[in-house]
Write a protein that binds this ligand. Sequence first.
Ligand code: COS
Length: 384
Amino acid sequence: MLFNLTDEQLMIQSMVREFSRKVVAPTASERDKTKEFPKKNLKQMGELGLMGMMIPPEYGGEGADTISYVLALSEIAYSCASTAVVMSVQNSIVCESILKYGSEAQKEEFLIPLASGKMIGAFALTEPDAGSDPVSQTTTAVKDGDEYIINGTKRFITSGKNSGAVIVTAKTDESAGHRGISAFLVSKKTPGLVVGHMEDKMGLRASDTTDLIFENCRIPETAILGKEGDGFKIAMSGLDGGRIGIAAQSLGVAQAAFDAAVKYSRTRKQFGCAISKHQGIRWQIADMATQIEAARQLMLSAAAMKDRKEKYTVQASMAKLFASEMVNQITSRAIQMHGGYGFTKDYDVERYYRDARVFTIYEGTSEIQRIVISNNVLKDKRKP
Ligand code: COS
């Protein structure tokens, strides 16, 4: 499929590119060292309409399409992957799930501040012993009159500390498999909900990743998202959109690493000429450019399918699988092209390499994407 981006999509891409390079990039390396959450940048991104891009204006968003969103997200990831992951979780799995499944009251209370960037959102599915297999989660939500009582621990929650609201999944019926999981939209101020251990990660260091602990956390029954038993479906459909976002993050970081490597190859001289004159380097540049372009097309294709309201689960998995594996190769090659300098903190490629590592892991590992894709090809579900 040939993508002719519309004037509006190109305008959004160029506006975000300018903002990202001028405002987000200059402090990214420092943030990586200090682990300071990019609050100021995110506030400005909210003002630019980047925190609820696909949400209609009546709920505080921009009403943009998915293609515009992935273009914008790639541009933010180009400068700072930590900032991009917060934008990604907020736009797709948080805002879109509330838009799709939330009540009017939930939209009023949470979607409007989230989509306009006044509040940060989190999504809590993973647990210490339930990652790739979310059906094995043990967090429970027990009905008590017109309330639910939630107990359990969620792990690796992006924006766990800095969020104002969280979508949490919990079992409302422990004997019903995936149909016994429900989702709830919970204010972080709720008594019984505490932020636990904060991870010390190799990359995405300015994005906070924490445990969220629910201890007899009482929420009103109106906090449910959708209806009882909808939680697994809400998570899976949210992850479909989220996975296109990981492809966009991968693309942004890959492009940044590639641009840095090309620039370096033109200035670094060995054996009497710029290393870009050596065939070994030229072939690497050609392969890297081709891999990036292939990932871009997969990402745009999945986004276009979502915009056309077609079923895009498999294409989202393909885009995520290919782009996240691609960026790990590109960032590694970019370091190799920088030689010893690439191994130092003086060059950004070292940060890109660390940031990219999680892309083949979060929102479904590469192995999970292969399960989704092969199930679809074989029309036959695998044995776990
Ligand atoms: N959108 C909406 N519903 C979906 C869906 C999707 N993409 N994928 C599955 N479902 C629904 C199915 O329709 C089915 O519902 P019914 O039984 O009501 O028909 C149900 O979910 C179960 O589907 P299925 O049996 O295909 O799911 P599996 O248990 O075989 O496997 C995988 C699902 C492995 C793909 C899933 O567990 C998964 O994605 N795991 C990774 C989780 C993950 O990404 N974790 C990281 C979280 S970071 S927030």
